[in-house]
Design a protein around this ligand. Structure first.
Ligand code: BTN
Length: 287
């Protein structure tokens, strides 16, 4: 077994995070259904702010919109941070913004890859080959799932789940490789999961104050968003499953996407499935 495929442990995670005092507790689970669920159980038992839950084998990982999240054992990072922020419930999306930004920055710091974000919660890679390829033009290498417990319009606690395809090869799920990638597939070599974990958590901790700091989070998040400045298709879900096609103009302080449709109307989207419109393909630029 290559050393990079060895299991993590609470001890090695704590050692990798020795320079991040933000993290109060580390809980390592060799196997878990979902780290978000495990973190929620810990929250119910009064686990402190900044408890980090990590597993090597997540068997029932969850994504946005009730989707499942694929993770072969010891190949990826699946982690959840339990936080108890002083934050109004209406600002809960900022946790997803913060975690996405931290994930992209941490990945870039360790690998040099220009990790980007796709609204609202995808961590993506858009390299030269992908820029030249057909839709989707970006490949997903990670995702964020934030779940909050609200008491009287405030966040009592939130679970910020981060999944990153570090050394995943998609050998047993080749259909996923059409839209997903991993750091290993991008670089042609395996990547040390602990280094990525430490860099991402370090960035999350360093930016935590931004949850209440005006425009800083939105500005940094926007700068990594490949969605902005492009024509996109937004599927709204719901009973009529409406489809909006328009220009992704901007994002608001709480992560809402401002979409200008061809009739000139401006739509403020809080949740949707967004894909690039075909017209973008020939003029993708690096952001
Ligand atoms: C998405 O892209 O829709 C979000 C994926 C989030 C996956 C992570 S893995 C760690 C944490 N535990 C889960 O069950 N989901 C998140």
């Amino acid at each position: 077994m290559s050393s990079l495929r060895e299991p993590l442990s609470a001890q090695t995670i704590r050692a990798a995070l020795f320079h991040v005092p933000f993290v109060r507790e580390v809980v390592y689970l060799p196997c878990a259904g979902s780290t978000n669920d495990a973190a929620r159980e810990l929250a119910a038992q009064n686990a402190p702010h900044a408890t980090l839950v990590v597993t090597d084998d997540q068997t029932a990982g969850r994504g946005r919109l009730g989707r499942s999240w694929y993770m072969p054992p010891r190949s990826a990072l699946a982690m959840s941070i339990l936080v108890r922020p002083h934050l109004a419930a209406i600002h809960a999306n900022r946790l997803t913004m913060l975690a996405g930004l931290a994930a992209a920055e941490g990945v870039q710091q360790v690998t040099g890859l220009a990790a980007k974000l796709k609204w609202p919660n995808d961590v993506v890679i858009m390299n030269d080959e992908l820029r030249a390829s057909r839709i989707p033009g970006v490949k997903k290498m990670g995702g964020i799932l934030t779940e909050a417990s609200i008491v009287a319009d405030r966040i009592d606690y939130a679970i910020v789940g981060i999944g990153l395809n570090v050394n995943v090869d998609f050998a047993d799920r080749p259909e996923l490789a059409e839209t997903a990638t991993s750091l290993m597939l991008q670089l042609g070599r395996e990547v040390d999961r602990l280094s990525v974990l430490a860099a991402v958590i370090d960035r999350f901790a360093a930016r935590f104050d931004w949850l209440n700091a005006g425009d800083a989070l939105r500005t940094a998040w926007s700068a990594r968003l490949v969605t902005l400045g492009r024509r996109v298709e937004a599927r709204l879900g719901g009973s009529d499953d409406a489809l909006l096609i328009g220009f992704a103009e901007a994002v608001g302080d709480d992560g809402a996407l401002l979409l200008r449709t061809d009739d000139g109307a401006s739509h403020r989207l809080l949740a949707a499935d967004v894909t690039f419109h075909r017209g973008n393909i020939d003029n993708f630029s690096t952001r």
